[in-house]
Design a binder for this molecule. Structure first.
Ligand code: GAR
Length: 242
């Protein structure tokens, strides 16, 4: 027996996974409905898909926010409940010795606060990243995962994790010369693509396949895998947080 869940979605682009989730909610393959679609980039096709389906949309323009941070970040620009010490201690995204670490964490927290301000206006059980091309700092994650032991942010990654984390999973798989590619749905934790795996699907890469073939085969698998993993969440049969 699955609960009916309220799903928040975040995208950065075309939104074909979002479309698969919209369709799966409509035909009850997922017992739930999408309560919003947010994007870090204005004017992307995924926003249009959401609007066509009658879903609330919003944009938090990360590129603009990060650009404006480049002129300097004062303490008053940071969220009132931001603790650099806490975030530095928890995060596994960037080497603290990296000269860019402070700027990275602070500028992302400023963008994340704007996202949270939008998200918190909805009653949401699960946040689904559907081609959302930003990582989250512990500032954001801790404000979504508020119940100890329960993960609430799901992501789809275009490779068979733990191989090829990062921003170009299919490209990395193809260039390495892999004969099998795949996609992974996992929960978000404090690292990049390191959280507990919920599901995976694999496909064969033949000697004549191009990178475009790999992407096409991969996306087709993603559209099956993501709704199935969300439904698994609705059935509440997923691993608990340590
Ligand atoms: C998908 O291939 C997804 O796995 C990938 O972006 C694409 C989005 O396509 N996500 C990531 O790389 C996350 N780091 P879509 O917008 O058509 O759903």
């Amino acid at each position: 027996m699955a609960a009916h869940i309220n799903i928040g979605t975040l995208i950065s682009g075309g939104g074909t996974n979002l479309q698969a989730i919209i369709d799966a909610c409509k035909d009850n393959t997922i017992s739930g409905n999408i309560v919003f679609t947010g994007s870090d980039t204005p004017d992307v096709k995924g926003l249009e898909r959401a609007q066509t389906a009658g879903i609330d949309t919003f944009v938090v323009d990360y590129a603009r926010i990060i650009r404006s941070c480049r002129s300097g970040i004062a303490d008053k620009d940071l969220p009132a409940d931001f603790s650099l010490e806490d975030i530095m201690e928890k995060q596994h995204l960037i080497d603290p010795a990296d000269g860019n670490a402070l700027f990275f964490l602070k500028s992302r927290a400023i963008a994340e606060k704007q996202l949270l301000d939008r998200i918190m206006t909805y009653d949401m059980d699960l946040l689904v990243l559907a081609g959302f091309m930003r990582v989250f700092t512990p500032y954001f994650i801790d404000r979504i995962n508020t119940v100890p032991g329960k993960y609430r942010i799901m992501n789809i990654h275009p490779a068979l994790l733990p191989a090829f984390p990062g921003t170009d999973g299919y490209g990395d798989t193809f260039r390495y010369g892999c004969k099998v590619g795949g996609c992974t749905v996992h929960f978000i934790d404090y690292g990049e693509d390191t959280g507990p795996i919920i599901g995976q699907k694999a496909f064969e890469i033949t000697d004549t396949d191009t990178l475009d073939d790999v992407k096409r085969k991969g996306l087709e698998k993603e559209w099956e895998l993501y709704p199935a993993c969300i439904q698994k969440f609705a059935r509440q049969i997923l691993p608990e947080r340590a």
